[in-house]
Design a protein around this ligand. Sequence first.
Ligand code: PBG
Length: 325
Amino acid sequence: MFPEVRMRRLRRTQNIRNMVQEVQLNMNDYIYPIFVIEGQDIKNEIPSMPGIYQFSLDHLLEEVQRAVDAGVIAIMLFGIPAKKDECGSEAYNDDGIIQQAVRLVRAHYPELVISTDVCMCEYTSHGHCGLIQGETVDNDSTLELLAKIAVSHAKAGADILAPSDMMDGRIGVIRDALDEAGYKDVIIMAHAVKYASSFYGPFRDAAESAPHFGDRKSYQMDPASGTRQALAEIALDVEEGADMVIVKPGLPYLDLVSAAYENTLVPVVAYNVSGEYAMVKAAAQNGWIDEKAIVMEMMLAFKRAGAKMVITYHAIDIGNWLKEK
Ligand code: PBG
């Protein structure tokens, strides 16, 4: 008890503080998302995501190089096709935009970890993450298409597939399809815990994937549902073959990052989503916060909660900031 016990002893100098640190930031832990759009000579900044662009293939490698220069070792590619249809057929076209992007990056960066978003919302005319039957997204018929998408990404050379659709049973179906096609070493990073969140707003501008009717509440999780449902989602995905699990969004859901860490043995990934990024950027642009300090502090929070990796639009900045010190 005080006055013998003084917590401030362990905070007296920088080196003492360093000794008792339990988390450190490390570039092995960041996955940088990149939006690739069909067309030529396109580099469109997303108004709600300053510093983040849609790139056509002829500009893609510039962005990849910028990431690699900052120390990024893993990227996540999102495709935006020129034409969309009811069943999102461009999503599994071997010559589709995402497949071409994976092949291009793979050809130039053999060591870079390439992950892809496995979903249909960027590819469907209605903007939903699966096939529509009546008024709703049909689970079971969507699974077949997700499996086709996954195999086409693996064939193009992706290391990690990240299904984000939230259909039931998709991890098992995708694992079987990959194994059958000979891609037994391709990793599945499941969006196991994904909420129907307003924090995805800016992403839907970037990926041109907002639903044209209704919302995603019948397949993505209810933010008012608790830890038990999240743990059930994680248990099912791991049982079906997920190698890693994502919790998304990130910062407002750190309780679930922590629950995931405590209740599973696979690596936990937090998705620091577009709305979280937009809020930081907007405040920084107004001079209301110190962007670097805020971002680094947020990244420490992810680590403390138990995230091994973070998917973040800040990844390049983080790499450059870590080099400064
Ligand atoms: C696609 C998908 C979404 C995000 C990643 N993959 C949007 C959604 O479900 O509507 C959001 C990522 C972000 O906001 O940064 N299904």
